[in-house]
Design a protein around this ligand. Structure first.
Ligand code: ASP
Length: 346
């Protein structure tokens, strides 16, 4: 009997090793996040508001990093970081989302796993507290990539999520902004135009979408993005954030990307996937590839002030280009160095 057990053990060594951490489980970890690009400069901010923005970015960053440090997956880290920003009224995602032309909050989100190229996304959801969590459920629990509107919300309920009343997402600042945009439209007899908005408590204007890219101990990348879209957008309009390859993309062979800006341009450029393609097909580094898309292709197509992106490769190299005056951004690199930045000259 003893020899039988022995030979079984010798015969199935792989099975007994399967529970052990993979050999790459000591890969350096890193995380990068953004809270939107825009025309933010020091004169637009009180020191107090600036401190508040930096504090939420830091909190989000550290929530994601804590997951990675404990050996958790990059997907979970991305979700943890984005959830913090969705719960803050300072950013245009979850609570604090902007209003559509007809006075509703319609939110989009996506998450992608760079190890499997699996992805999940939701668009035009109105009652989901943390759209990034619903995107993850779409990825994990359905054969689909993107669910929209009522179908997405019914799916959320089937997974035990509680729908929030519209009042949860209401913020006076965003409402006033919509009224301003509507007045402007009437005054100029202009066709309905979606627009950037000002960041609460500041004179800075911008986008406010939030996103994260993380690299875990297995060396796997994940990326996620969550947004309320653009102020005064047509109802039913879907931006780039939940479109895999446009505002969100991850491939552990190349990079993870999350974008912020005028979504229509990101969609038309397949911006996030194009960064990955330049790396894989042209051998570019992540900084050069992200720069090409954000500082050149995006500017050529849409002009300046169209947005920015965060990107990270499988070695933890980080790119954060933006063609606007600033971008809320933060990272902890593979050396554990923590940085929180807003302005261009930081
Ligand atoms: N990219 C988002 C959209 O077009 C907006 C943003 O970045 O704030 O929906």
């Amino acid at each position: 009997m003893r020899s039988l057990l022995c030979s079984l053990f010798l015969f199935f060594p792989v099975a007994s090793m399967a529970a052990a951490p993979p050999v790459t489980a000591n890969h350096p970890i890193a995380i990068v996040i953004h809270g939107g690009a825009g025309t933010m400069s020091r004169k637009d901010m009180t020191p107090q508001m600036e401190a508040e923005y930096r504090a939420v970015l830091k909190q989000a960053l550290e929530a994601g990093y804590a997951v990675l440090k404990q050996g958790g997956e990059s997907l979970d880290a991305v979700q943890a970081a984005i959830r913090v920003m969705e719960d803050s009224p300072l950013f245009n995602a979850g609570k604090g989302s902007v209003f559509t032309h007809n006075g509703k909050n319609e939110m989009d989100a996506a998450i992608m796993d760079g190890s499997s190229l699996k992805a999940g996304a939701v668009a035009a959801v109105e009652h989901i507290k943390n759209p990034i969590d619903l995107a993850r459920l779409v990825m994990d629990k359905t054969p689909h990539v993107l669910l929209v509107g009522q179908g997405a919300e019914e799916f959320a309920q089937s997974q035990g999520m509680t729908l929030m009343p519209a009042s949860y997402f209401f913020t006076q600042h965003r409402w006033d902004e919509l009224q301003k945009a509507l007045e402007e439209e009437k005054k100029n007899d202009a066709p309905q135009a979606s627009s950037q908005h000002s960041y609460p408590g500041t004179a800075a204007r911008g986008y406010g979408t939030v996103g994260a890219v993380a690299l875990d101990r297995r060396g796997q990348l994940a990326a996620g993005t969550s947004t309320g879209g653009l102020t005064n957008k047509y109802y039913g309009r879907v931006g780039d954030s939940p479109i895999i390859g446009a505002g969100t993309y991850a491939n552990s062979q190349s990079c993870g990307v999350s974008g912020t800006g005028t979504g229509e341009f990101f969609i038309r450029l397949s911006l996030a996937k194009s960064i990955s393609d330049l790396m894989l097909l042209k051998g570019m580094g992540v900084v050069q590839a992200a720069d090409q898309l954000v500082m050149h292709d995006l500017v050529d197509l849409g002009g300046k002030d169209t947005g920015g992106a965060i990107a990270m490769d499988h070695d933890g190299n980080i790119a954060m280009p933006f063609n606007t005056e600033g971008m809320y951004r933060a990272y902890i690199d593979t050396h554990g160095k923590e940085v929180v930045e807003i302005y261009q000259d930081e």
